[in-house]
Design a protein around this ligand. Structure first.
Ligand code: SF4
Ligand code: SF4
Ligand SMILES: [Zn+2]
Length: 583
């Protein structure tokens, strides 16, 4: 039997355990627990076990066949250089232009920042500083709340260090402490996570100045500092937390509390959530795996070789999906490859004008969300055309709202789904949307991920379905299906490796147009399909895997690229007119 569920985690490791167990055969110290306030966030798709492991900086997992961690020498944090520049400006009194130049230059084995990252960093620092300090003084050393214990507790800990990520400031008399949290984009209007706020405010209120160890000595205790700064002399009366947009300079006060209220809220919300975070035994393979030192030996991560057809473990360990492949290589036959686009999207540089979320893209997301909601509200009941939204006005599903100009088309696409709704088959028993699958291709040392639009059981068979919305239903009989929709190729390869009976499994493409739907089936047991799928995925990944420079390649497709503001491409002479180019 094909067991897709086993891709998630071993059942015995999925449950949260009261007593956290280190990885078998690990070594090092477990008496120090250092936890950042962000760990108190309500977990969504985070891996709990990784959070708990990270909170034990002295713990060393057993050696595996591959190194525990292989960092990319290139910058991987979109606010990394901005933080370096602000440190120079705020703590060493370096002029802004000089600080930026120093932060963006090559250091050790780290190359100079990509030109687009440099452009973004200049904006980020300028916007961060735009509102001034409002009478506050930058604080050079972070506040750490240290709790030493006489005896080891039930976790084996004898020392707790609680920290908070952000930039600290104090009033000149030390009565007010603030933490400013730089945000690489516009500020959200949603309510901040209360558990995280509670844990952060506790560090600000009761932490004292410390020097945190360098990353290569991270297992050592933070060192208390005797300072004569206002924050070193006393605890505050008032604590504030602000978010600062590095995109437009806006600021939002997200918390302002006195010490009594902070203590009460921490005991009520912050402490239980932090305690649960440092004791979590739940494995959730996903984007957390990329920099997790447990990858080579993690019991929840499926391993395979040959998924990408690449044998080279010298590159940094990264996550790869078909979306990354398409960002790098563009669509087949369209000469739109650009290595920088994939790199800049991976860095999550902000998309100020929302270019990536065109009305068509929003419509596609909303159609998926509507169908998902329908299935989840009425499991086992086949969708009917009349269940579609009213297309005469904007409509919403999930977090998406379809604008009027796309509302009718989107509504008809939802209605078209009724023709091939899986629940039309009485044999369909289990159906999940948006199921993430992660496999470690150890030959390429790449974490390959896919998210199925639909995964369901039809009798004894597992079916992986990709749903595409296409206003023109462009798929013809000559279309190279796996190359045009490489998600299908990856699904074939994942099915092949899922140790099930391929002869009863299938991969489907449901193509939804405004008036008609088509269902195309790919048989993963067909050796020709499997060979073609291997070639498609290899072609999509191989150049990306070897690339160390991610150079921009300007062309007419830049007009549709949301990175254009930072990349500032200079199209080469002779670039064809942009007229008539379709996104
Ligand atoms: S490798 Fe992935 S699943 Fe395993 S502990 Fe790390 S983040 Fe969690
Ligand atoms: S703007 Fe053009 S050159 Fe720059 S990343 Fe985008 S596609 Fe590449
Ligand atoms: Zn349906």
């Amino acid at each position: 039997m094909l067991s897709w569920c086993s891709l998630k985690a071993r059942p015995d490791l999925e449950t949260t355990v009261a007593t956290w167990l280190p990885p078998p055969h690990s070594s090092g110290r477990t008496d120090l627990i250092r936890v950042f306030a962000g760990s108190a966030r309500t977990p969504e798709r985070r891996c709990g076990y990784k959070t708990a492991l990270k909170a034990r900086p002295g713990l060393k997992p057993p050696a595996g066949p591959l190194p525990g961690y292989k960092a990319d020498p290139r910058e991987d944090f979109n606010l990394g250089p901005a933080g370096d520049a602000l440190n120079l400006i705020e703590y060493k009194d370096v002029a802004v232009a000089t600080a930026l130049a120093l932060a963006l230059q090559a250091k050790g084995d780290r190359p100079a920042a990509d030109p687009a990252l440099a452009t973004w960093t200049r904006t980020a620092v300028t916007q961060y500083l735009a509102g001034g300090y409002q009478g506050l003084i930058p604080v050079r050393h972070p506040w750490v709340r240290v709790t030493p214990l006489d005896e080891p507790d039930e976790r084996g800990a004898r020392r707790y260090e609680q920290c908070a990520w952000g930039r600290p400031y104090t009033s000149p008399d030390g009565s007010v402490r603030e933490l400013w949290i730089p945000v690489a984009g516009p500020l959200s209007e949603t309510e901040p996570d209360e558990g995280q706020l509670a844990a952060t405010a506790m560090v600000l209120a009761f932490g004292t100045p410390h020097r945190l160890p360098e990353w290569f000595r991270w297992k050592e205790n933070a060192e208390p500092l005797e300072t004569d700064t206002p924050d070193g002399a006393r605890l505050p009366d008032l604590v504030r937390i602000r978010e600062v947009s590095c995109l437009d300079g806006t600021r939002r006060l997200v918390d302002e509390q006195t010490l009594g209220r902070i203590e009460e809220r921490y005991q009520r919300i912050g402490r239980p959530q932090l305690a649960s975070a440092v004791s979590s035994g739940e494995f959730v393979p996903g984007y957390d795996c990329e920099d997790c030192k447990l990858v080579p030996v993690c019991p929840a991560l499926r391993r395979t070789t040959g998924l990408l057809g690449i044998e080279d473990t010298t590159r940094p360990r990264r996550i790869w999906s078909v979306t990354n492949g398409r960002s790098y290589a563009g669509r087949p036959g369209r000469d739109e490859a650009c290595a920088a686009r994939e790199r800049l999207r991976r860095l999550r540089l902000p998309d100020r004008t929302g270019r990536s979320l065109t009305p068509t893209v929003v419509r596609g997301h909303a159609v998926h969300a509507w169908i998902q909601e329908q299935h989840e509200r009425h499991p086992g009941v086949a969708c009917r055309a009349e269940d579609a939204p009213d297309g005469n006005s904007p409509w919403s599903a999930g977090k998406w709202t379809v604008p009027l100009e796309e509302a009718g088309t989107g509504s008809r696409m939802v209605a078209a789904h009724a023709r091939h709704c899986p629940y039309r088959l009485s044999t369909v028993t289990t159906l999940v949307h948006e199921k993430s699958i992660m496999m470690h291709d150890t030959a390429a040392d790449v974490l390959v991920t896919a998210k199925s639009d639909l995964l369901y059981r039809d009798g004894a068979s597992w079916v992986y379905r990709e749903v595409k919305t296409d206003a023109r239903l462009r798929l013809s009989s000559e279309t190279d299906l796996l190359r045009e929709v490489p998600q299908l190729a990856l699904a074939v390869l994942l099915m092949e490796r899922a140790q099930g009976d391929l002869t009863t499994s299938r991969v489907e493409l449901e193509l939804l147009g405004p008036d008609v739907a088509r269902l195309v089936i790919v048989d993963p047991s067909d050796p020709l399909h499997r060979a073609e799928a291997r070639q498609v995925i290899h072609d999509l990944a191989v150049d990306w895997h070897a690339d160390t420079t991610a150079l921009p390649r300007p062309g007419r497709y830049c007009r549709y690229c949301e990175m254009v503001e930072w990349c500032q491409p200079n199209p080469p002479p002779g670039t064809p007119s942009e007229q008539g180019v379709q996104p």
